[in-house]
Design a protein around this ligand. Sequence first.
Ligand SMILES: NC(=O)c1ccc[n+]([C@@H]2O[C@H](COP(=O)([O-])OP(=O)(O)OC[C@H]3O[C@@H](n4cnc5c(N)ncnc54)[C@H](O)[C@@H]3O)[C@@H](O)[C@H]2O)c1
Length: 333
Amino acid sequence: MKFLVTGGAGFIGANYLHYVVNKYPDDYFVCLDALTYAGNYNNIKSLETKPNYKFVKGDIRDNDFVDKLFNTEQFDIVINFAAESHVDNSIKNPNLFADTNILGTMTLLNASKKYNVKRYHQVSTDEVYGDLPLDRPDLKFKEETPIHTSSPYSASKAGADLQVLAYARTFGLPVTISRCSNNYGPYQFPEKLIPVVISKALNDEPIPVYGKGENVRDWIHVHDHNVGVDLIVRNGRPGEIYNLGGHSEKSNLDVVKTILKHLGKPESLISFVTDRPGHDLRYAIDSTKVENELGWTRTYNFDEGIKETIDWYVNNEEWIADIKSGKYKDAYK
Ligand SMILES: NC(=O)c1ccc[n+]([C@@H]2O[C@H](COP(=O)([O-])OP(=O)(O)OC[C@H]3O[C@@H](n4cnc5c(N)ncnc54)[C@H](O)[C@@H]3O)[C@@H](O)[C@H]2O)c1
């Protein structure tokens, strides 16, 4: 089968490609990525030699380009990881998020419909459900939880999800959606909490923590997320939404302290900063549906996964240095 994987130079898409290109030598994977500031060709450069893989630079918002690509390649499966993904940027520039995340998704949906793809999969987020109170640990997001977004980022992801479901209902497009909690692991752009903390701690720089650091996220290792996406794409029922969660709720402050402890750095590096406007308090996912229906399980627990992740960033200091210097932009010629 021929797969289109959009956003494959980003954090989760790159990890997905490393997993599936090696696991399925009889399938063929085309990575489409615009290489925005968050796209790092270094993440996928080592795949260049694989016979079942190729990279195409392009923008999911470019209708003509996307149409020609679908016409030439005749994809069986489309998996859309491409997005603007950083909540802070969505507060500064909401329109860009609507443009990429909603209109870009619609470009892919139109092409998937026109060229009769067998499965369109949308990689979505638990943030579409809004947030939960800190003092109700019994509450978790289920697939039926109403959409209740907080940020221009989550609103744009929800808008995309609604279009995906509309294309299923109106045009009969065979779609699936996965909604996952916060990911950690290798290749995450150092604007997100975990790589920011590691990178700053290694340089003994102050570590900014929003508010009191009490916001809770349900952390999942990126590999477990991608195993779930792969299962859903291959075995999930068309028209369905599947939640993927880490079963690992931690406050931001706990995450920061865990990283400092593993690196042998003092907690005095922590610097509390003005909270993000509209900051969601708590996310927690109920993944019973995908566990029961598709047999999905997690292989990582947070304590082991975070240590392995910290060690990856420590051992790949050049990867971060290239981003800081801007050299990573030269990785794709
Ligand atoms: N990071 C998380 O914790 C998390 C959790 C749940 C869901 N998600 C979702 O997973 C997906 C991937 O997230 P990520 O953290 O890897 O993001 P990322 O920002 O690291 O990567 C996004 C990738 O998309 C590419 N891209 C952006 N705009 C594009 C366009 N117009 N055309 C083509 N490519 C474009 C970028 O170049 C980049 O390579 C996103 O859809 C995100 O909403 C992320």
